[in-house]
Design a protein around this ligand. Structure first.
Ligand SMILES: [Zn+2]
Length: 286
């Protein structure tokens, strides 16, 4: 296969059987997309094991045009998720500066501000970043490097972002350049070596068109080492959904739930879910 590994620069990429190709559209990359088990053409690096999309095209342009009303509708459970995520970061102090990269409509930024931090966000989707600013949240439209973003930050958050970008090491380098000497980069991303990924195979819910890079702890550490960062700790983060949303998503795997899901579509009880197939890792300068 053409191209080089985005993590280790290795040149030996082997096709992953059963993966499709074809151009992605802005609709393919919506955060709330539920077409699971479908990806672009994937290649696996023989040297480091990283799996990446080999026909990704212009990724950033698609995110610029993305609109996602369903994402906004799930703001309440997502806010709880971000609150828990921040609450679990023992490094956080109220006077710290935090940057959320891929901030969407500013949910994490809003929670960080509530905790007393000085928080900023940057988001490529024109639509989502406008939703954030409507709420008075400091989220810029664009990506890193951004001319209006001035470091240094104590914490840079990359929550479910790194699996969406073509040059993950370059993104990490840009994040590191905005960091204080003792700062932290926090990454959340799906784990392709998790039991769920192995068990589900090609039907794993994180195999989605929008995910173009598939990390595990080893390849994430490797990417981080290339920008001079080492892992301090890691854990398995939980996600929070309304019961209605979760049931609708579950129908993809359990079609007999369809009638139940339709009946409870507006069910707003929030339930935590930890399938132990995501990584939350905290990195510090080496
Ligand atoms: Zn590699």
């Amino acid at each position: 296969m053409d191209g080089r590994c985005w993590v280790c620069d290795g040149s030996d990429l082997r096709p992953v059987p059963g993966t499709s190709s074809g151009a992605l559209t802005p609709d393919d990359v919506r955060i709330s997309d539920s077409v699971y088990g479908t990806t672009g053409q994937l290649g696996r690096c023989i040297a480091c094991g990283f799996v990446q999309c080999t026909d990704a095209g212009d990724v950033l342009a698609r995110y610029a045009g993305m609109e996602d009303a369903a994402y906004e509708e799930s703001r309440v459970p997502r806010a709880l998720q971000m609150r828990r995520l921040l609450g679990g970061l023992r490094e956080l102090r109220p006077d710290m500066r935090l940057l959320d990269v891929g901030a969407a409509s500013g949910i994490l930024v809003e929670e960080a501000l509530r905790l007393g931090l000085r928080a900023d966000g940057v988001e490529p989707s024109v639509w989502l970043s406008a939703r954030a600013r409507e709420r008075g949240l400091p989220v810029l439209t664009g990506a890193l490097p951004h001319p209006a973003l001035k470091g240094p930050y104590d914490i840079v958050m990359l929550v479910d972002i790194i699996e969406h970008v073509e040059r993950p090491v370059e993104l990490l380098r840009q994040a590191r350049e905005l960091l204080t000497g003792t700062g932290r980069i926090v990454v959340v991303t799906p784990d392709r070596s998790s039991w769920a990924a192995r068990l589900m195979g090609r039907r794993w819910w994180h195999y989605r068109r929008a995910h173009i890079g598939y990390f595990d702890l080893n390849t994430l550490d490797l990417a981080m080492r290339r920008v001079g960062m080492v892992r301090k700790r890691w854990s398995r983060p939980s996600w929070y959904f309304t019961l209605g949303y979760l049931l609708q998503r579950a129908v993809v795997y359990l079609p007999w739930l369809r009638a139940t899901a339709a009946r409870h579509a507006r069910q707003s009880t929030i339930v935590p879910l930890n399938l132990r197939d995501s990584i939350l890792a905290v990195y510090a300068p080496a």
